[in-house]
Write a protein that binds this ligand. Structure first.
Ligand code: FE2
Ligand code: FE2
Length: 275
């Protein structure tokens, strides 16, 4: 099992967030803010899916996964708490989170179904967060220097996503989840993730008054499709999930390991509870 710890991030989330905190760029800010808006509901869904998935395992397998799932839950719970504080600032700026409530309604459709559906959906979302995380850790300059506190928050979150990227996938396999469902959930999650991220980004830009500016869309084109851009760079890693022999550990995690090793002053490791 993979070993990882829970870290308490040493950032002050009391101070307001600058309107275009991400490098002074309206599109990048709206996109990153949209992702942040998805986390409180999304990460609670991942936590619940893995907690229920763990319970559904036979006893010896449960013992094998218990510590790892506990660490996963600890990390995701810390992320969702900090993104909740971040999102409160966005609300004060007049932005409206429509992604969260939509995701909440959608997750209710899984109530009462075999837990492997929720675990497969979590594994697929975790693939998205892991490839986004690796991309961001390799290009921290996209976060700009207007708000070093938010840059730290994103890179810490990204590092931990990279660290626990195999947990949901391994649990799905241990639960006897099949390939057909794994791929079906990957296709669904890919559609919903892209559609939701786009809708919330457009919503944020509209409320920010920057939706119809030429500069917004020239930046979007560079950010998504330019050299080193998000879509262009992450497409091969996204596609890899469809291979029958895919495992999240095949994807490089060096950028995350390096960030954690170099930024020990930005967090405190939470002591593990006694077994
Ligand atoms: Fe997270
Ligand atoms: Fe995660």
């Amino acid at each position: 099992m993979t070993e990882f710890v829970v870290r308490r991030l040493l950032v002050d989330m009391e101070q307001p967030i600058p309107r275009h905190w991400c490098g002074g760029d309206a599109f990048r800010t709206a996109f990153m803010n949209a992702l942040s808006m998805s986390f409180p509901v999304g990460e609670q869904f991942f936590i619940d899916a893995l907690r229920e998935g763990l319970k559904a395992l036979p006893a010896p397998e449960q013992a094998r996964f218990e510590a790892e799932v506990r660490s996963f839950i600890g990390q995701e719970a810390t992320h969702r708490r900090l993104h909740g504080l971040y999102n409160e600032h966005l609300e004060r700026q007049g932005l409206v989170n429509e992604w969260g409530p939509r995701a909440l309604r959608r997750r209710q459709l899984l109530d009462g179904l075999d837990v492997r559906h929720a675990v497969a959906a979590t594994a697929a979302y975790e693939h998205f967060t892991a490839i986004l995380a690796d991309w961001m850790l390799r290009r921290p300059e996209i976060l700009g220097d207007q708000d070093p506190r938010l840059a730290t928050l994103w890179l810490w979150h990204a590092s931990e996503e990279s660290e626990h990227k195999s947990t949901a996938f391994d649990l799905y396999r241990a639960l006897g989840g099949n390939e057909a469902w794994r791929l079906k959930w990957f296709r669904r999650v890919s559609f919903f993730f892209v559609a939701d991220a786009l809708r919330q980004t457009l919503n944020n830009l509209r409320r920010d008054g920057t939706l119809w500016r030429w500069r917004t869309w020239s930046s979007a084109a560079r950010f998504l499709f330019g050299r080193g851009g998000l879509v262009r760079e992450t497409l091969p890693a996204w596609r890899a999930y469809k291979r029958p022999d895919f495992h999240p550990s095949q994807q490089d995690a060096q950028a995350a390991t390096d960030w954690i090793a170099r930024h020990g002053d930005r967090f405190q490791v939470v002591p593990r509870p006694a077994p």
